[in-house]
Design a binder for this molecule. Structure first.
Ligand SMILES: Cc1ncc(COP(=O)(O)O)c(C=O)c1O
Length: 393
């Protein structure tokens, strides 16, 4: 059969990261390429205890079809958790439980974009989101990242284009892939521009609770007083990604359309996973749980940074994240980044070439992404030394 695929999906390439993840099956490879949470932080005992109890006492309720918008107990528990430091639910907002926040990226672009519509994104940005937007026909306009978030002049130029963008996609905390945190000043300025040009913002915050340095910064959602900001809060990185549970908060009119999109997609998020998550949020001391996670991430990040300081040459630059899972390394011009990444794989260390995260992956890029949540301490020490030797070679 000679398949003739739709234009929408033909424009989306297999993720470079997924290709690198495949190599992780090779036990000899030290992978700094993944983007998974540290599996030693999964609260297995508690999740099993809750799950067993649900199967013993309420099996029928989780084995039956559920409500598209999500389990009512989970929505309540999640809102209580997400609202503990700031207001993320406004009078005009609704809440929906989604199958991971990846589904929020899909619904936002499915519900707002026609073929050729523009989505503004940080450059570089999370590949899964960029591919979701593209698969729904969107054209990406990337705005370069600076140390404190996107370039505001370039953002305003993009907002002034004759074709009005549909929304701006942002990851303000410890961004994937750069680890950069958008400053409060920039969050306020971005929101002011969104308001001026009446363009929506999709604020993706899967890493906010993995902060291990400096003080938290208010979300853009908390600044919103017009219904312009949609907030994506994933439970993947703070509980477990395999359960596929995230929370979408946004204006009720938009959420009503996303509910229709969900009905045509997966009907509702897995009922068992939702009920377990609800009880986990209600029964566990979340501050204590998050403190434990932050301690693990902090230790691993600091170890990787220390080893990089020791082994990487002084003409390399890298970000120092306040949380999350990623460090973004920029090589000096004397080195060719794609050849370096290839060489690293030959020496059994995987990192992700930075151009994979750009709106156009043909752009020149000297950077690569390193993940510190997945490798063990020994792998961090060994892998960074190998990369350092290659840089100095
Ligand atoms: C910035 C960002 N957003 C969303 C996701 C997807 O998360 P989820 O598991 O909730 O679909 C990821 C996963 O790596 C991510 O890095």
């Amino acid at each position: 059969m000679n398949f003739k695929f739709s234009k929408r999906i033909s424009g989306v390439k297999a993720s470079a990261i997924r290709e690198i993840l495949k190599m992780m099956n090779d036990p000899e490879i030290i992978s700094f390429g993944g983007g998974n949470p540290a599996s030693e932080t999964f609260p297995i005992t508690k999740l099993k205890e809750i799950s067993d109890d649900i199967f013993n006492n309420q099996a029928n309720t989780i084995l039956e079809y559920g409500i598209t918008e999500g389990d009512i107990d989970l929505k309540k528990a999640a809102l209580k958790f997400l609202s503990r430091h700031e207001t993320v639910l406004k009078d005009y907002d609704e809440v929906m439980v989604t199958s991971g926040s990846q589904q929020i990226m899909d619904f936002m672009s499915k519900c707002l974009c026609d073929e050729g519509d523009i989505v503004i994104c940080e450059n570089p940005s999370f590949l899964g989101a960029l591919n979701a937007f593209k698969s729904n026909g969107a054209k990406l306009v990337g705005i370069d990242m600076e140390d404190d978030g996107i370039n505001l002049v370039k953002l305003e130029e993009a907002l002034q284009m004759p074709q009005k963008p549909k929304f701006i996609y942002l990851i303000p905390n410890f961004q994937n892939p750069t680890g950069i945190t958008t400053s409060l000043k920039k969050r306020q300025a971005i929101y002011a521009l969104a308001k001026k040009y009446q363009v929506m913002i999709l604020e993706d915050n899967p890493y906010g609770d993995l902060r291990f340095r400096n003080d938290p910064i208010p979300s853009i959602k908390s600044l919103d007083d017009e219904g312009l900001v949609v907030y994506a809060a994933s439970l993947s990185k703070i509980i477990a990604p395999g359960m596929r549970v995230a929370i979408m908060i946004g204006h009720r009119d938009l959420l009503a359309k996303c509910t229709v999109a969900k009905q045509t997609n997966d009907v509702h998020t897995n009922a068992w996973a939702q009920r377990v998550m609800a009880r986990f949020l209600n029964e566990v001391d979340m501050d204590e749980h998050l403190n434990k996670l932050q301690a693990v991430y902090s230790r691993k990040c600091n170890l990787m940074l220390k080893e990089m300081d020791r082994h990487f040459s002084k003409d390399c630059k890298w970000t120092i994240p306040d949380g999350g899972m990623f460090i973004w390394v920029t090589l000096p011009e004397r080195l060719n980044m794609p050849s370096f990444v290839k060489k690293a794989i030959e020496h059994k260390v995987a990192v992700v070439p930075g151009n994979a995260f750009y709106d156009d992956d043909n752009k020149h890029c000297q950077s690569f992404r390193m993940n510190f949540s997945m490798p063990s301490d020994e792998q961090i020490i060994k892998g960074v030394a190998i990369l350092g030797a290659l840089i100095n070679d």
